[in-house]
Design a protein around this ligand. Structure first.
Ligand SMILES: Nc1ncnc2c1ncn2[C@@H]1O[C@H](COP(=O)(O)OP(=O)(O)O)[C@@H](O)[C@H]1O
Ligand SMILES: [Mg+2]
Length: 293
């Protein structure tokens, strides 16, 4: 289908080495969610978690999901990652079924807990997915060194997780999620457990990593400023059953302008206000937004 004389080889990762899944034609969305409902059948009855979700995440796009606790954000992430199945509707990842994308390791996952193996060093934790997929040890070593450099942990390769701060552990988890150069990252409140300063630093790291790798990201957060700082679009959800209330496009200028200075700019505050109003359905007044839970 792809004409090799005109199609740019944007999907090919630099460096080579790791075996790559067959690339979808350029322009194929990273994630397509169509008419998705999810109802849990529990002992106390049916729990409708998601209702009529339609969402497309483009290649290289950063989309955040924000909304009150229980509105189905994690459920939606689990459907994309094929950790659960929709009751109805369809989820596609790079044009494939969610099941196939999972088999092909098309994405990296980083959830709220870093989930590192305590008996493995930092380097060995990051190497794990490469090991599991039979990447030769020399390429593995090179790739791990590159990843630790990227997340600023080159000097900590031989440490164990319990010798690192929470923020450093999260960076290890992110390096691990990036190990196979996924074109999609699924992140469910990955910075939720971090203090504010570490959190802002990690946001800046993530912006840089996305710019370097061109990965699309679906990112769950409770923090409006975090969503605004990171995203191309912010999806505002409402609870019971979870629905998409509004999709807000961030108007903050080029990627290059996502620096610390952005947090002080008028455009940033304006977007924070727009998202807050979308969440509360009206001008915010004294409300502090959902990050207070
Ligand atoms: N495995 C499950 N069984 C039953 N109910 C569930 C399950 N997972 C989630 N839910 C329910 O679905 C709703 C959405 O949950 P969740 O996706 O975790 O919300 P969020 O991540 O936005 O806080 C909640 O009412 C929750 O109790
Ligand atoms: Mg959740």
């Amino acid at each position: 289908m792809t004409d090799p004389t005109t199609a740019p080889a944007v999907a090919a990762p630099a460096g080579g080495g790791a075996p790559d899944a067959v690339a979808a034609p350029p322009g194929t969305p990273a994630v397509e969610i169509r008419g998705v409902d999810k109802t849990f059948d529990t002992r106390s009855g049916l729990v409708p978690a998601l209702d009529g979700i339609d969402l497309t995440v483009a290649e290289g796009e950063f989309v955040s999901l924000i909304g009150p606790s229980g509105c189905g954000k994690s459920t939606l992430m689990r459907l994309i990652a094929d950790l659960d199945e929709p009751t109805s509707g369809e989820v596609r990842v790079f044009g494939k079924t969610a099941r196939q994308a999972r088999r092909d390791q098309d994405y990296g996952i980083a959830f709220q807990q870093a989930g590192l193996l305590p008996w493995r060093t930092v380097a060995a934790n990051v190497a794990l997915p490469l090991e599991l997929h039979g990447v030769a040890s020399a390429s593995r070593r090179d790739r791990v060194a590159e990843l630790l450099e990227m997340v600023g942990l080159a000097d900590f390769a031989d440490r164990y997780p319990d010798q690192l701060s929470g923020g450093m552990q999260q960076r290890v988890a992110i390096a691990r999620a990036l190990a196979e150069r996924p074109r999609l990252l699924l992140m469910d409140e990955p910075f939720g457990a971090l203090d504010e300063m570490t959190r802002e630093k990690m946001q800046a790291e993530l912006v840089r990593i996305c710019a370097e790798t061109g990965a699309a990201v679906v990112f769950v957060t409770h923090s409006i400023p975090e969503a605004v700082f990171l995203s191309d679009r912010v999806v505002v959800m409402s609870p019971r059953p979870g629905r998409i209330q509004q999709v807000v496009s961030m108007q903050l200028g080029a990627d290059a302008s996502r620096t610390e200075a952005l947090r002080e700019e008028r455009a940033f505050f304006e977007m924070v206000t727009v998202v807050r109003e979308a969440l509360h359905g009206a001008p915010a007044g004294g409300a502090r937004g959902v990050e207070t839970r």
